[in-house]
Design a protein around this ligand. Structure first.
Ligand code: 5GP
Length: 189
């Protein structure tokens, strides 16, 4: 059977829904998948590593990246800026690699305009209560930041119909299998 063309996949969904955990599992199972490393003005969390988790930037550095067109998309999220460095994504796509962006809603909307062929997946929690429990359980944010993320999550959840596919992250293994199928990764090593 002819191999399907590698494509650009966008994985979006509210903070705390489990995007990071699923992306890690996807990359472990499918090393050929290239994950974009974003730039952010957010402070590094304990254990986060420069250039692996994020490129950590000052506000001025981030503004400069925006001004020189260095970002494919960018958005403000819970008081910080986040964006996808343009060049590496373009290089990976040109080289034929399957590319994954793990970004929030506004960024996904921008990518929909610039890369209409991108496959957009929305990951949603089984309920708002479960999402709140997960964000709190993670213990990485202070109360004010938790509140911002929950408010934003309510907005993001209204947008699920904009996406090509919706996956409910009730069970991490089920969600992983669904993502693999949607991304044509299953059995494609
Ligand atoms: P966190 O601070 O929890 O790492 O990320 C907060 C939110 O920003 C998450 O929803 C995450 O998907 C999103 N995000 C991470 N990188 C980017 C990016 O490059 N662009 C956009 N638009 N959102 C991003």
């Amino acid at each position: 059977m002819e191999r399907q063309k590698p494509r650009l996949t966008v994985l979006s969904g509210p903070s705390g829904v489990g995007k990071g955990t699923l992306v890690k599992a996807l990359r472990k199972n499918h090393p050929q998948l290239w994950l974009s490393v974003s730039a952010t003005t957010r402070a590094a969390r304990l254990g986060e590593v420069e250039a692996i988790d994020y490129f950590f930037k000052s506000n001025d550095e981030f503004k400069q990246l925006v001004a020189c067109g260095g970002l494919l998309e960018w958005a403000q999220f819970a008081g910080n800026s986040y964006g996808t460095p343009r060049k590496p994504v373009e290089q990976q796509l040109a080289a034929g690699a399957p590319v994954l962006l793990e970004i929030e809603l506004e960024g996904a909307r921008q990518v929909r305009k610039t890369f209409p062929e991108a496959f957009q997946i929305f990951l949603k929690p089984p309920s708002m209560a479960e999402l709140e429990a997960r964000i709190r359980g993670r213990g990485t944010e202070l109360e004010a930041a938790i509140q911002k993320r929950l408010k934003r999550a309510e907005e993001e959840l209204k947008a699920e119909l904009e996406f090509d596919a919706v996956v409910v992250n009730n069970d991490i293994n089920d969600a992983l299998v669904q993502l693999e199928l949607l991304m044509d990764l299953a059995g494609n090593e």
